[in-house]
Design a protein around this ligand. Structure first.
Ligand code: GLV
Ligand code: MN
Ligand code: MN
Length: 415
């Protein structure tokens, strides 16, 4: 089984492979489509019943008990631009192998089994991230998601149609959700731990900001008359970075990650800049204080650069605990199998962040070398991938036998 997993992972990593050893498979791109087609064929070949829903989530089902709800295991196959090969893809493939192994395991079974590839977790081509799971859990309306456009103006609906990625599957009855992912941080490696038991997630705010000035001549316009949107944006980028200086180390992470300017022309002062500001903290109160400080900074910059700054939209998710019973169950299975383990916090968002709001959810991490992620150099060793698969399979067998059945998913702060 284990060699088969590594062989499949190598096969999958060839879709959208980049010269730097990573992959580029942004949501509903041709490479994502090829990978999804390969994955679908793999599922069919291995006895799964494949269903695709209206936002392009792919489910592979193994029904053992007619009509029973499903324990679903998954992650996402889409990637960032010039990304690593592990983020998301590892979790989907490990999920598929775990389901196949659990389906053949002896012992009691209360629930059916499924693997899922959530559409557009990355949110690089179409914002926001975690789109497929947000539609599934009711946090985002299907019509809104389908109408979302990429920077070239292509809608999610059209992009999905171009890869034959839209289906009509009815919502699945889910009993519990499991996800395994590379850590994308350094704590497991620094503590020589193999399995992270995700206990909390950081709070995140993603602000869509527009800076408006007035288009004019880069040479001829008097300096005092200029309303340069790019100058305002530059001040804002610096302010976002310096926000962290007001807090303790690792209490706050900030970035400006995306920027478009109009007219983006050599001899014209920019009239408008659109940017994405990403602010995260383990503590909601710190995040809110930071965003308040940023709003004050924006007023100062508006006056200094003679621009208007508008926060056009905010996507947020709450910090909140994962199910304690799930953490304990995963700890017991890791222990039994002889793998070191510790509680982890996730800073990145995951589909599990959405799923934990509606069903009992267990999330596991395996180490990322040097914590590198969203980069072609992202790396997790074969041994760690196989250890994660081992623990995931064991947890799945227990959860599918009803071991989290009495637990409730209603334990977070809510969305
Ligand atoms: C995930 O998608 C994130 O924004 O961390
Ligand atoms: Mn991911
Ligand atoms: Mn990612």
């Amino acid at each position: 089984m284990t060699d088969a997993f590594l062989d499949d992972f190598a096969t999958m990593s060839a879709f959208g492979a980049t010269p730097g050893g990573g992959v580029e498979r942004q949501a509903a791109s041709a490479a994502d489509g090829e990978n999804r087609a390969w994955f679908t064929a793999w599922l069919e070949h291995n006895g799964f019943d494949v269903r695709v829903d209206a936002i392009g989530n792919i489910f592979g089902l193994i029904e053992r008990i007619p009509g029973a709800p499903y324990v679903v295991v998954g992650s996402h196959l889409d990637s960032q631009p010039l990304a690593g090969r592990f983020d998301g893809a590892y979790g989907v493939l490990a999920g598929a192998h775990a389901v196949r192994a659990a389906a053949g395991a002896e012992g009691p079974a209360v629930f059916n089994l499924a693997v899922v590839d959530w559409f557009n977790e990355e949110g690089s081509r179409f914002k926001p991230s975690m789109m497929g799971s947000a539609v599934f859990t009711g946090g985002l309306a299907l019509e809104v998601a389908l109408a979302t456009t990429d920077p070239a103006g292509t809608s999610v609906a059209d992009a999905l149609d171009a890869i034959g990625g839209r289906g009509e599957a009815a919502p699945l009855d889910v009993a519990a959700y499991l996800e395994i992912h590379v850590e994308q941080g350094r704590e497991l490696e620094d503590t020589a731990t193999t399995i992270g038991l995700v206990a909390t997630t950081w709070t995140a705010h993603k602000l869509e900001v527009v800076v408006r000035g007035e288009q004019s001549h880069t040479g001829a316009a008097r300096m005092a008359d200029r309303r340069d949107a790019l100058y305002g944006a530059a001040e804002l980028i610096v302010a976002v970075r310096r926000l962290v200086d007001g807090f303790e180390p690792e209490e706050l992470h900030t970035a400006v990650s995306e920027m478009y300017l109009d007219p983006n022309s050599p001899v014209a002062i920019a009239r408008e800049v659109r940017m994405l500001v990403d602010v995260r903290s383990p503590y909601r109160s710190i995040l809110e204080t930071a965003v308040d400080r940023l709003r004050s900074e924006m007023s100062v910059i508006e006056a200094r650069a003679q621009v208007d700054i508008e926060i056009r939209g905010v996507v947020e998710w709450s910090s909140g605990p994962f199910l304690e019973e799930g953490i304990l169950l995963a700890a017991a299975e890791a222990e039994r199998l002889g793998y070191s383990h510790r509680r982890s916090a996730t800073v990145a968002g995951h589909d599990a962040t959405n799923m934990k709001e509606i069903v009992p959810t267990v999330m596991l991490f395996v180490p990322s070398v040097d914590g590198i992620s969203h980069n072609e150099r992202e790396f997790t060793s074969d041994a760690d991938m196989l250890a994660g698969l081992d623990v995931l399979t064991a947890v799945l067998v227990r959860v599918a036998a009803g071991h989290l059945d009495a637990a409730t998913g209603d334990i977070g702060e809510g969305r």
